[in-house]
Design a protein around this ligand. Structure first.
Ligand code: 4NP
Length: 172
C-alpha cells in the first residue's frame, strides 16, 4: 500500500495573492517531480474578506506566465477543522503563523510553521504583494517556487517505494 498523502494547507491573510500561488506552484512542482500522489494540497486565508473569490488577477497572471493555472481556485477562510484535517499548515509570513498558532488547539500548534523556514530556505517571510506593483508578484512567485521545490524534495523523498505517477489531489 502506498503511504497516505501528506496533507498541506498553505495560509496567508486574504487567500487571493500568496497562498493560492503557493498551492498551484507546489502542485505543479510535485507533478513535475513525479511525486504528486504523495500530497494533498489546499490554501486558505486567516481572514474571510475574499471568501468565494478567484485569486487576484495579478497572481493568476504571474502563474500563467510560468505555465501554472490557478484561475479555478476560490478563496476560503481557515476553519477549526483544518487543524485536524491537515498534517502541515504553512504560513506565508510570521503574522500568519502567529494567527494560526493563536487559533490552533494545543495539540495542533506543532503542525504550524513558516513556509520558507520549514522548506529549509531561511527564516524569511513571503512579503504581501497586495498593495504593490507587478514586480512584487514576480518576486513572490520566485520565492514560492524555490520553497516549493525544497519542500517537495524534503517531503517527497521520505517514501521512495511509493508509486510515482498521478495528480496531487485537492482537499475541498
Ligand atoms: P494575501 O494578500 O494575504 O497574499 O492574499 C492580501 C490580500 C488581500 C488583503 C490583504 C492581503 N486585504 O486586505 O484585502
Amino acid at each position: 500500500m502506498p503511504a497516505q498523502p501528506r496533507r498541506i494547507l498553505f495560509v496567508c491573510l486574504g487567500n487571493i495573492c500568496r497562498s493560492p500561488l503557493a498551492e498551484g506552484i507546489f502542485r505543479s512542482v510535485a507533478a513535475t517531480a513525479g511525486t504528486a500522489n504523495r500530497f494533498a494540497v489546499d490554501s486558505a486565508g486567516t481572514g474571510a474578506w475574499h471568501a468565494g473569490n478567484p485569486p487576484d488577477p495579478r497572481s493568476i497572471q504571474v502563474a500563467a506566465r510560468h505555465g501554472v493555472d490557478i484561475s479555478a481556485q476560490r478563496a476560503r477562510a481557515v476553519g477549526a477543522a483544518d487543524f485536524e484535517k491537515f498534517d502541515l499548515l504553512l504560513g506565508m509570513d510570521r503574522s500568519n503563523v502567529d494567527t494560526l498558532i493563536g487559533r490552533a488547539p494545543a495539540d495542533a500548534a506543532k503542525k504550524v510553521h513558516l513556509f520558507l523556514e520549514y522548506a529549509g530556505i531561511g527564516h524569511r517571510d513571503v512579503p504581501d504583494p497586495y498593495y504593490g506593483g507587478e514586480d512584487g508578484f514576480e518576486t513572490v512567485y520566485r520565492m514560492l517556487h524555490e520553497a516549493s521545490e525544497a519542500l517537495a524534495a524534503k517531503l517527497g523523498a521520505r517514501d521512495a517505494s511509493a508509486p510515482i505517477s498521478g495528480q496531487a489531489s485537492s482537499i475541498t
